[in-house]
Design a protein around this ligand. Structure first.
Ligand SMILES: Nc1ncnc2c1ncn2[C@@H]1O[C@H](COP(=O)(O)OP(=O)(O)OP(=O)(O)O)[C@@H](O)[C@H]1O
Ligand SMILES: [Mg+2]
Length: 331
């Protein structure tokens, strides 16, 4: 069944919930993504990002709530919704035995793209992701960054208007990540597509139109990066105490202000009066002190409390709280 679209947004999500056994992966998520918008879903491991993506791309049914893609209901009109989507899954999904060109061509065939248009799109997309010279190589011989670029190209061989990318840059080196963002930016401008991306790299979402912060299956905040920093950002104080005894004492004394720990440094929520009070009491016992202005990292901290789960796990490439500065992060 394909009816007329019934929502003005490119993506409309209303009160979506999904449970896996005892885990409530999505807990009443609602948001809209406008036409041609660059929209990020930002959240730590297990936040529910992939679950939401799978519902949007029609491979998973929600328990309740509604999701519309270009106005088409993902449960009631999955084919119409699917046709409008270009998808890059979190898990690799290329056919390794096929060549780069064959992967793209097969996708075009499945989506019924006429031959001439298919050829033109394949050429265009290969050029965009700089894989033209690799067209006849088997996908298994590509590096992981090249495979990701191929998956992005593949998502746009048919007439997709809305792109869903689940952690498109996870695990890639900084240069490849930059290239991928530049392709996505160009696509957004040239093909006027809408882009919904999930990521746990905070520094990547600075240039997005809007950012939706999710955790434990819930939307915690949704706004432009600037507005999030203005409304939810918090000034933090990063201090490195002299020695373990002082460290423990400060941790105990200011437990209610503790926003995080990284290596030797302690992050405390702060304001000007607090800095003065801290210096008066502990000035001689602190090796270094730096004020961190509100950033998306501090936004995340203040929204999720002391939820540095990625950092505690110690294995993720980018910790949510200590992304770029400081150098202490456990990359
Ligand atoms: N098939 C499944 N069966 C049971 N539990 C699941 C399943 N898929 C996801 N979950 C659970 O649902 C929650 C949300 O998982 P989801 O994969 O959507 O999170 P995510 O935000 O994509 O995380 P990541 O950043 O690690 O990719 C987690 O607690 C996860 O363990
Ligand atoms: Mg995921």
């Amino acid at each position: 069944m394909t009816g007329a679209p019934n929502s003005g947004s490119a993506i409309h999500v209303d009160a979506l919930s999904k449970r896996y056994g005892r885990t409530l992966a999505l807990d009443g998520v609602s948001f809209d993504v406008g036409d041609n918008e660059l929209f990020a879903l930002l959240g730590p491991n297990g936040a529910g990002k992939t679950t939401l993506m799978h519902i949007l791309c029609t491979i998973l049914r929600p328990d309740s709530g509604v999701a519309l893609i270009g106005g088409f209901d993902v449960v009631k009109q999955p084919l119409a919704a699917r046709r409008r989507l270009g998808i890059v899954f979190q898990e690799p999904s290329l056919d390794d035995r096929l060549t780069v060109h064959e992967n793209l061509n097969l996708h075009g065939l499945v989506f019924g793209v006429p031959r001439k248009l298919r050829r033109q799109r394949i050429e265009e997309m290969l050029a965009l992701v700089e894989l033209t010279e690799w067209a006849d190589k088997r996908a298994r011989t590509l590096s992981s960054g090249m495979k990701r670029r191929l998956e992005i190209a593949r998502a746009l061989i048919h007439d997709s208007e809305i792109m869903l990318l689940d952690e498109p840059t996870a695990g890639l080196d900084a240069q490849t990540r930059d290239r991928i963002w530049s392709y996505i930016g160009r696509l957004r401008n040239e093909r006027q597509i809408t882009v919904l991306v999930t990521t746990h790299y905070i520094e990547e979402v600075e240039g997005f139109d809007r950012v939706c912060v999710v955790d434990h299956g819930k939307v915690l905040a949704l706004d432009t990066p600037e507005a999030l920093k203005r409304d939810c950002g918090q000034q933090l104080l990063r201090i490195v105490p002299k020695g373990e005894d002082n460290r423990q004492e400060i941790l105990t004394r200011y437990a209610d202000r503790l926003a995080g720990e990284a290596g030797e440094s302690i992050l405390l929520t702060s304001d000007d009066a607090f800095v003065e009070a801290l210096l008066a009491e502990y000035g001689g016992r602190i090796r270094s002190l730096a004020i961190e202005v509100p950033s998306l990292e501090t936004v995340f901290l203040s929204l999720t409390g002391r939820e540095l789960r990625d950092q505690a796990a110690g294995a993720r490439e980018s910790t949510l709280a200590f992304g770029k500065r400081g150098g202490e992060h456990t990359r």
